[in-house]
Design a protein around this ligand. Structure first.
Ligand SMILES: Cc1ncc(COP(=O)(O)O)c(C=O)c1O
Length: 452
């Protein structure tokens, strides 16, 4: 397949870059100036197709791409930009270096990455078992699309008040009399910040895998991103992203990504060839450019989030505060975060008394925070999960997951922390001036975190 040389290049880069720090890899991995007339930045290869040096080489490429028996792909070269494009390869090598993966692949959206990977590895005898809550689009694809195509999908009982992950996996094994092909996790979860311990799922998967039936662990790592959390290092088989978020980081593109070992990624990239959901050259270039500042963006966004959390925890109008910072996690969830993450990121959520009416008053009073869904960008965003990102979640599940009417989600950007805190202070003051009962005197602090 055309994936062969993508895999070859990424492997070679990983070996060369093994000793460099992530901040350095974010800037240099994937680009060799000598290959581009010394250009310090990678060019954008805005081309749909590539000229073959000879008919023989063209035939070898195409026959190998279609899996013709005995065909051997030439070591280098490109055929057609759906299969491979040098700008995309540069971005993919950079992400592979950051994720510690053999291979990364960029897609046209996070949902393209997630659906392609699931289609590649699920099937009637490869069920998907998932730990809720997941991103709404993923939940919809799992519950409404995959079963129609014959893949059994099961929900693990790990919502707050449910079982720990191993008990939930064992209960499902006993109830169904089967094993999954994929365990799908998203950690920290959106918007409740519940944490799943990735190594627990990976250990269980390994224990129950056989050579004929390998159980794979997929992790949606959108909420923390490639540097703060490296799921492959703690046993995950495939990492998935909405690259629209931290990897892109500027709210100016839609993209997705998958990273993993060569044998896992070969099927994913093979499916991408035929489903056609790859990132285009311009988006790929933007992604490679954005990854250069990922470490510094993340550091600053996380530090600002910490200051905002301190402010919110002390504010009389704010009830429960949710984040992946240790202060807001149960001891088990905090231990899991310490094992699998090097930071807690810059996503948070908080409750105001007074339900939707109070939450909307606060949201409508923001001046610096932008009222929008999405996350991980330079500008700070605020939204109301119950009626916006999670509007499609059934009411009983909203209650179970803690997606209350008074919950506001924030994505912290790169503005000055003082301006963000002043904006929050002014917005929360609206509750005092218009509806004093919302200024709660019984301030609560509740730990979150699925038991792991
Ligand atoms: C955790 C998570 N995964 C996946 C997606 C889907 O990504 P995209 O919108 O890029 O398709 C999102 C989008 O918000 C998300 O938050």
């Amino acid at each position: 397949m055309g994936a062969v040389y993508v895999i070859g290049i990424a492997k070679e880069t990983k070996m060369k870059n093994a000793k460099l720090h992530p901040d350095t890899l974010a800037i240099h991995a994937g680009h060799r100036p000598a290959d581009h007339q010394g250009a310090v930045k990678p060019p954008i290869h805005a081309t749909s197709t590539f000229v073959f040096p000879t008919a023989e080489e063209g035939a070898a490429h195409m026959e190998a791409a279609y899996g013709v028996e005995g065909a051997v792909a030439p070591d280098s070269g490109y055929i057609y930009s759906r299969l491979g494009n040098p700008t995309r390869t540069a971005a993919e090598e950079r992400l592979a270096a950051l994720d510690g993966a053999d291979v990364s692949a960029f897609f046209s959206s996070g949902m393209a990455a997630i659906s392609t990977a699931l289609l590649a590895w699920s099937g009637p005898d490869r069920a998907v078992w998932y730990a809720p809550p997941l991103y709404g689009g993923t939940t919809h694809f799992l519950n409404e699309v995959l079963p129609v195509k014959g893949t059994p999908v099961e929900v693990l009982d790990v919502a707050p008040g449910g079982a720990d992950l191993v008990s939930a996996l064992e209960a499902k094994r006993l109830a169904t009399g089967t094993l999954p092909g994929i365990i799908f996790l998203e950690t920290p979860a959106n918007p409740t910040m519940q944490v799943v311990r990735i190594s627990t799922a990976a250990d269980w998967a390994r224990m129950h895998s056989t050579p004929e039936h390998r159980i794979l662990v997929f992790v949606d790592n959108t909420y923390l991103g490639p540097l703060m959390q490296r799921p492959l290092e703690v046993g995950a088989d495939l990492v998935l992203y909405s690259a629209t978020k931290y990897i892109g980081g500027h709210s100016d593109l839609i993209a997705g990504a998958a990273s993993g070992a060569a044998d896992i990624m070969e099927a994913v990239v093979g499916f991408r060839h035929f489903l056609g959901g790859m990132a285009d050259p311009w988006t790929s270039w933007l992604l490679a450019r954005s990854m250069e500042t990922l470490p510094i963006r993340f550091e600053r966004q996380q530090a600002t989030a910490k200051s905002i959390l301190d402010f919110l925890r002390a504010h009389p109008a704010v009830g429960t505060v949710r984040s992946a910072h240790a202060e807001d996690l149960s001891p088990d969830a905090a231990l899991a975060m310490a094992e699998q993450s090097s930071g807690a990121g810059s996503m948070l959520a908080f409750e105001v008394d007074g339900g939707r009416e109070a939450a909307f008053k606060v949201l409508n009073a923001f001046n610096v925070f932008s009222l929008a869904v999405s996350l991980g960008s330079t500008e700070s965003l605020a939204e109301h999960p119950a009626s916006m990102t999670h509007a499609g979640v059934p009411a009983d599940q909203k209650i179970q997951y803690g997606i209350t009417e008074g919950l506001i989600r924030l994505s912290i950007g790169l503005e000055h922390p003082g301006d963000l805190i002043a904006d929050l202070d002014a917005a929360l003051a609206v509750l005092r001036s218009t509806s004093s009962p919302y200024f709660s005197s019984s301030k609560g602090h509740e730990e979150t975190g699925i038991l792991v």
